[in-house]
Design a protein around this ligand. Structure first.
Ligand code: KIV
Length: 300
């Protein structure tokens, strides 16, 4: 029997494509719990033409909201360095920085497939290094998969992790951990040779066992070609509409960032809302109108 792609929790407003049914009851509380999105659901989604949604998340509060909204996959990206730690790149982020964030997101997300980024320096040197770092993400932090940046030269790393049961997500195109080598944030894969290399890298990662492939800042036509060539789903960021899914950094998506890249559409004004709430709080504290009687305790 073909497993169904899990639906979001019942309270979830309809988002994206219909992704099938399935609300198993946990048998104790009577409260329906959503089924977990898993690797085979993502593959089925591609086969059925259902588009996969991915957002980054770095903490439990946000992850719970995004999960309840029905986002299919949450990526604890090393973009945590830019968004939460105030660095100007992802390069300083460490595995120890990532672990608490991954643990928070994995604990809060009841439905989403949770992916942990392997940060710069913890996986490139050998498949064994990748294994050691990935095991920490899965075992200590509860990730369902790990992602790392790079092409065919990392196929042995993907193969080892796949063989020991850790799903791997590839990341090609603009790879932020290599921005010093790439000469800054630049579109990748322009021109026949560069495009062909990206296609070959994508195939090598798939052949080694990768379960998903993120394509960042590549021409839309190239992302379309890679998406057609691969059996595994592609997830685009600045890679056009023909990928099997899309990912954005949640702070860009929600309007929390002071700057965001051209490809990042802003779907909300959360930053402005937070600013307004903080201003209102400050005003009431200054005026002495907060706390009111309803927020205060009496003798009896
Ligand atoms: O770290 C991150 O947020 C990412 C996405 C931009 C894909 O890798």
């Amino acid at each position: 029997m073909t497993p169904e792609y899990p639906s979001p929790a019942p309270a979830t407003p309809p988002v994206g494509v219909a992704v099938g049914q399935g609300q198993p009851n946990d048998g104790r509380t009577g409260v329906p719990v959503p089924r977990r999105v898993r690797v085979h659901h993502l593959r089925q989604a591609k086969a059925r033409g259902e588009r996969i949604s991915m957002l980054t998340a770095y903490d439990a509060v946000t992850a719970q909201i995004l999960d309840e909204a029905g986002i299919d996959t949450l990526l604890v990206g090393d973009s945590i360095g830019n968004t939460m730690f105030g660095f100007d790149s992802t390069i300083p982020v460490t595995v120890d920085d990532m672990i608490p964030a991954v643990r928070a997101v994995a604990s809060a997300a009841k439905r989403a497939f949770v992916i942990a980024d392997l940060p710069f320096g913890c996986y490139e040197a050998s498949p064994q290094a990748a294994h050691a770092s990935a095991v920490r993400m899965v075992k200590e932090a509860g990730a369902h998969a790990v992602k790392f940046e790079g092409g065919a030269h990392l196929a042995p790393h993907v193969e080892l992790l796949t063989n020991v049961g850790i799903p791997v997500v590839g990341h090609l195109g603009f790879t932020p951990q290599s921005e010093n080598m790439l000469g800054g944030k630049r579109v990748q894969g322009r021109g026949d040779d560069a495009a062909e290399k990206l296609v070959q890298d994508a195939l090598a990662l798939q052949d080694a066992g990768a379960v998903l492939l993120v394509l960042e800042m590549v021409p839309a036509s190239l992302a379309e070609r890679i998406t057609e060539v691969l059996d595994i789903p592609t997830i685009g960021i600045g890679a056009g509409v023909h990928c099997d899914g899309q990912v954005l950094v949640w702070t860009d998506m929600a309007g929390m960032s002071s700057w965001s890249p051209r490809f990042a559409k802003q779907f909300g004004e959360v930053g402005a809302e937070l600013y307004a709430a903080a201003r209102a709080y400050k005003r009431e504290v200054a005026e002495g109108t907060f706390p009111g009687p309803q927020h205060s305790f009496q003798d009896e």
